[in-house]
Write a protein that binds this ligand. Sequence first.
Ligand code: FRU
Length: 313
Amino acid sequence: MNQKRTIILLILLTGMLFLTACKEDKKETTAAEYVIGFSQCNSAEPWREAMNKAMQSESDKYPEYELVISDAQQSNSKQVADVENFIVQEVDVLIISPNEAKPLTAIVGKAYREGIPVIVLDRKILSDEYTVYIGANNEKIGEQAGRYAAQLLNGKGKVIEIWGLKGSTPAIERHDGFMKGVAGYPEIKVIYEQDGAWLRRKGREIMENALQRFETIDLVYAHNDPMAIGAFLAAQYAGRQEDMFFIGIDGLPGPEGGAQAVLDGQLDATFLYPTGGREAIRVADDIIDGRKVPKHITLGTERIDPSNAQKYK
Ligand code: FRU
């Protein structure tokens, strides 16, 4: 009997503790005057981590803002649900970096039509139902990569292209731009192209296949640095890394970043692709304060090669 009573008491106590914890949680999350909801397509990659960090540290400068970040873990349906949640919560501004364009277009449009200002960051959607788009010009980056590839190859060579997720706009634009960049060089041929989904592991796998299939590979163009580094590691494992050039995109600072990979001789070049995290919060602030914002904000880019990589690391 005594034991039973102790158990009941324990259950009651746990319940009370739980309720107090919830209350405090709530207090914490409603202290700010405005809520900015950020729907991130995947927080696991280093570039996305950098974006989250930049956003958080900018948002911390405004005590009146609370930034809530949801992580869709590369799932379109999870991201649709995340945005739906933000709509229900009536966030003051919605920021979204959509995993893929088509599956996210309708829900972003819904948020916008319901009167929530929407900032689309880095990857685009397929309509103009949003308030502002912020990002670097991916087609231009691709074109610069193509021109640099032509320069490294002296206008002739066999290229492997490792795509980002094909349903995401930066992949399409980085491809189109590259083709433009090499258009004047009929002796440059893309002999193999595969979707690496932005992932280093996939970049490596695709390159392992390519190395088996092709005796001569002169250059690897990957739509981001993790995939380019993955490809380099595959070539290194096969003892063929010296036979070809490697070009990536992102140029993230830090020991795992693209600038360091250029310094280490893994990549011949990468192109800076700023995350726009800080800018997104500043634009959210403009919107909340009622200042006029442009529909498009284009972030800068830069080629990072051995001559300037030190500066970016
Ligand atoms: C991270 C990432 C970056 C790339 C960007 C494109 O998820 O793959 O490496 O530049 O997304 O949207």
